[in-house]
Design a protein around this ligand. Structure first.
Ligand SMILES: O=C(O)CCC(=O)C(=O)O
Length: 295
């Protein structure tokens, strides 16, 4: 297994052709300090307030430190009360529309961008090795088009011990790979030899963003801290004229209807925004049933 620091692309933001070539070559783009901190910290605070209400934070700690209990949840049923409240947050659902993300992707992909509304936030517990996201391709979970891109960023500095991401550079060129059942988020992993990949990784700082193709194999690292929660977001984007499946326009995990999610929002800007697009919706299948390309 070889490891390589992320190739940084923030100096190429006004050179979309070079960015496109780099994305085609490595399967990802990493930008330092792309996003202003204020909206990220606002969402961080709101998520941590929900965690605190649920008793997940360590007593007496400053809320923004995100110091949490390693045993805060042990499965879906204990996780959902918190995630249900996160999915109601207007500021969380506004983040994927950040102009720096949308404009960068529009320039790189060369057309109008559709941000998926199925927004995901993650809370990874300290010392929770079994929950770490295994190596996988997002395509099997998203489907629709192979030209769909994940934008991932942490909601605070995320040095390696807090569990950042690793990208198996160039794996998007291998097509859809076979999957197998696995422990950890998603429950499925790509059936590849991890030790033979060139893993690109590094410490994330607040505001850093990684963008990768849905066929790029990636994984999380263990949160090995004793008492710190790792908070992150993953949002998905594609060209508006490419196909997508119905689940893409449903709330993540479908814990609420959109109507419930919108009930207390102050602004209408992002409510049902996909009605303004002529989307091409195609059928999807269970992730385990997505056929691999013939290798
Ligand atoms: O944050 C994680 O643990 C996994 C993120 C991921 O796999 C993704 O964004 O597709």
């Amino acid at each position: 297994m070889t490891e390589h620091p992320f190739v940084e692309s923030q100096n190429l933001l006004n050179q979309s052709e070079v960015l496109r070539q780099r994305l085609d070559e490595n399967g990802y783009l990493f930008f330092r300090n792309l996003l202003d901190h204020e909206p990220l910290l606002r969402v961080r605070r709101q998520i941590l307030e929900i965690c605190q209400k649920q008793g997940w934070l360590l007593n007496g700690s400053d809320i923004m430190e995100g110091r949490g209990r390693a045993d805060a949840y042990s499965g879906y049923f204990e996780f959902t009360p918190v995630y249900r409240d996160i999915q109601l947050l207007e500021d969380f659902h506004a983040l994927p529309h950040h102009p720096k993300i949308v404009n960068t992707l529009a320039a790189v992909l060369g057309g109008a961008i559709f941000p998926h509304p199925r927004n995901i936030s993650r809370i990874t517990l300290p010392d929770s090795l079994k929950m770490t996201t295994p190596p996988h391709q997002d395509y099997v979970f998203i489907q629709g088009t192979r030209r769909v891109y994940t934008v991932w960023f942490p909601l605070n500095d995320c040095p390696r011990p807090l569990g950042g991401l690793g990208i198996a550079a160039g794996t998007h060129r291998l097509g859809i790979l076979p999957t197998k059942n696995a422990e950890g988020t998603g429950g499925l992993c790509t059936d590849i030899d991890e030790t033979k990949q060139e893993w690109h990784t590094g410490d994330f700082h607040l505001g850093d963003v990684i963008v990768f193709n849905a066929l790029t194999v990636h994984k999380a690292y263990h949160n090995t801290t004793k008492d710190t929660l790792r908070l992150s977001c993953d949002f998905r984007y594609q060209l508006a004229n490419e196909p997508l499946v119905w689940d893409t326009i449903r709330p993540h995990m479908q814990l609420h209807s959109w109507e419930t999610i919108y009930a207390n929002w102050k602004a209408d800007t992002y409510k049902y925004y996909w009605h303004n697009y002529s989307l091409q919706v195609v059928p999807g299948v269970h992730p385990a049933q997505v056929p691999a390309d013939v290798q």
